[in-house]
Write a protein that binds this ligand. Structure first.
Ligand code: AMP
Length: 281
């Protein structure tokens, strides 16, 4: 596995791959890799000749009171996992290289409306940070295929729109959520959970699952269903930011009984840990 920190050697290597007509797939991550990330690597390998993974904890996507400073950084074990999974190149850029000026003065990419909805309502500026870093990384790696996880479904929909609106020529592939055996979606933030919180955490997925069953059996009053689910989670000890039923394809509010491809999405705090999850219906 090749490892790059600087632009020039990465450029040279990418050029080499392009000259030999290799198809490049790219998996951007913030590290602290788990099986969810590694499934993206598997998908990347299946859809290309060479796989590039980046590890970069992106300061632009964290709010001032969020966990940027304490976000788990585990480069040694991440490197081993990527090596074991057969990744071709690891890119670990320095913050000073990606952001050459103060974030307040820095150019950014913004996908309007959807970026202010759902998680964006509670994490102002988060998706501008995500779009900006993903575009930077796409410019540096110039992949044919970009692989991202459906765990962050809103992120996928926003990046899809950025790719379309800015005429980028990369193809985005989404990978289904990887879960623990009790249903909890794998996340680097799960390790913040105290023991009792960890035991309670799968209740979020179970609630989404119950909502899915209710909708499948004919329930159309989504607002009432979401309200009931939020109250249930509150009583269990969660502090929900939102629980919403949306159209799967664009995350807009379902407008009529014809909207059949739906998804239920939720974000909720358990203690200080913010969990997100979603389930297609
Ligand atoms: P992160 O390191 O949290 O920024 O995640 C990097 C990529 O891994 C994103 O595209 C995430 O959606 C994806 N990812 C994280 N957790 C999971 C999971 N449990 N299942 C599938 N993909 C995931």
């Amino acid at each position: 596995m090749r490892e790059f920190i600087e632009k020039t050697p990465l450029d040279a290597w990418i050029k080499q791959q392009r000259t030999s007509e290799k198809k490049i797939a790219f998996v951007p991550t913030m590290g602290n890799l788990h099986e969810g990330h590694l499934r993206l690597v598997d998908e990347a390998k299946a859809s290309s000749d060479v796989v590039v993974v980046s590890i970069f904890v992106n300061p632009m996507q964290f709010g001032p009171s969020e966990d940027f400073q304490v976000y788990p950084r585990t480069l040694e074990s991440d490197r081993q996992k990527l090596w074991d999974r057969g990744v071709d190149a690891l890119f670990t850029p320095m913050a000073e290289f990606l952001y050459k000026r103060d974030l307040v003065d820095h150019a950014f990419v913004s996908v309007p409306k959807l970026s202010e909805d759902l998680c964006g309502k509670f994490r102002p500026g988060h998706f501008n940070g995500v779009c900006t870093v993903v575009l930077k990384l796409l410019n540096l790696v110039r992949p044919d295929v970009l692989v991202m996880g459906e765990k962050d479904l809103q992120q996928i929909r926003i990046i899809e729109q950025m790719i379309c609106d800015l005429n980028l020529s990369v193809v985005l592939k989404g990978v289904a959520i990887v879960r623990e055996s009790d249903g909890l979606a794998l996340s680097s933030r799960n390790q913040y959970l105290a023991l009792e919180e960890r035991q309670l955490a799968p209740t979020l997925f179970q609630t989404l699952h119950e909502m899915k069953k209710t909708i499948q059996s004919g329930e159309k009053n989504y607002a009432a269903l979401c309200e009931k689910a939020a109250l249930f989670l509150k009583n269990k000890g969660f502090n929900p930011d939102y629980i919403e039923v949306r159209r799967a394809q664009d995350l807009k509010i379902p407008s009529s009984a014809e909207d059949k491809a739906l998804v239920v999405l939720a974000a909720a705090y358990l203690g200080k840990t913010r969990l997100i999850d979603n389930l297609f219906i």
